[in-house]
Design a protein around this ligand. Structure first.
Ligand code: PMP
Length: 299
């Protein structure tokens, strides 16, 4: 499939309070967000006409902005409504939703106190990577870049700047023929993949690293609830890399990745199994439900 550049598409984008034609959603090259990564964003998915966990994503967007020292100049309700409006305008019921907030052009140096905060929301089709081949699984290389300590960067924010490490790691993994990278944290403990949280099955229990220096993903929390609903034991703890050979199943969880089995980490091979399959099916069923049904299931 030919790659269509994102600036060469048609549709509609919500941009600072108005829905504008896709091709008109432009900004100046001297924008603080571009030069100094003073930007935060979200990644959401709409299923069946509803953005899954929209309020949680919007709240995280605002919190990410605060962690970077700025307040988004709208209310969360306005942003929720804008997400729905742009999906409707684009005629999409199933799509990826990308809100982003960034500092504008009033100042272009490290200090940026007087910059205006801008917000845009775009939506586009992004089907599950595997379709009917969901149990096939992905391969992960070890990343040489690590997640920074929480006092080195605002690691709880979905801040654009933090993705520099992700892109470097993902590119290196792809160059070695892997799909993605498994990153360690600054202490050398297992952290996450470049755009999704990681889960490991040990002795039939679902284990996942404690999110002290990376996103406590909305999908991660959902999957933990789904596993508990199935009476599985879920354990958040420090996971050392030398434990990885002992895992019997490995999977990733994230909005874009959904629940994706891992079949290889470096030279270790895994067979996606029953626990992964159950959680893939439970997650796929949950995201199709209305927000009210999702809330009722407490997941
Ligand atoms: N970690 C990183 C680095 C991510 O980019 C994402 C995707 N937002 C996640 C974890 C998973 O977060 P969520 O489940 O909220 O999408």
């Amino acid at each position: 499939m030919a790659l269509i550049p994102f600036d060469d598409r048609d549709g509609w984008i919500w941009f600072d309070g108005r829905i504008v034609p896709w091709r008109d959603a432009k900004l100046h090259v001297l924008t603080h967000g571009l030069h100094y990564a003073s930007a935060v964003f979200e990644g959401e998915r709409a299923y069946n006409g509803h953005v899954f966990k929209l309020e949680e994503h919007t709240n995280r967007l605002f919190e990410s902005g605060r962690l970077l020292g700025f307040e988004i100049p709208y209310t969360p309700d306005q942003i929720n409504e804008a997400c729905r409006a742009v999906l409707a305008k684009n005629g999409q019921t199933d799509a990826y939703v990308r809100p982003i907030a960034w500092r504008g052009s009033e100042m272009l140096a490290v200090a940026a106190q007087q910059t205006t905060i801008h917000v845009a929301i775009a939506t586009w089709p992004w089907p599950n990577l595997f379709g009917n081949d969901r149990m096939k699984g992905v391969t992960l290389a070890h990343a040489k870049w690590r997640r920074p300590a929480p006092d080195t960067a605002p690691t709880a924010s979905k801040a654009a700047g933090l993705y520099m490490i992700g892109t470097l790691s993902k590119h290196a993994a792809e160059a070695e023929g892997f799909n993605d990278a498994l990153m360690l944290d600054w202490k050398g403990d297992v952290a996450e993949a470049t755009g999704a949280n990681a889960f490991f099955v040990f002795d039939g229990e679902v284990h996942t690293p404690t999110p002290v220096c990376f996103l406590d993903g909305i999908t991660r929390r959902t999957v933990m609830a789904l596993a508990r609903n199935r009476q599985m034991k879920v354990v958040e703890r420090t996971i050392k890399p030398d434990e990885l050979p002992r895992a019997t199943e490995v999977f990733l969880a994230g909005t874009a990745a959904e629940v994706t089995p891992v079949r290889q980490i470096a030279d270790m091979h895994y067979t996606p199994g029953q626990i992964t399959e159950t959680l893939i099916n439970d997650y796929s069923a949950l995201v199709q439900m209305t927000p009210e049904e999702v809330a009722r299931r407490a997941a």
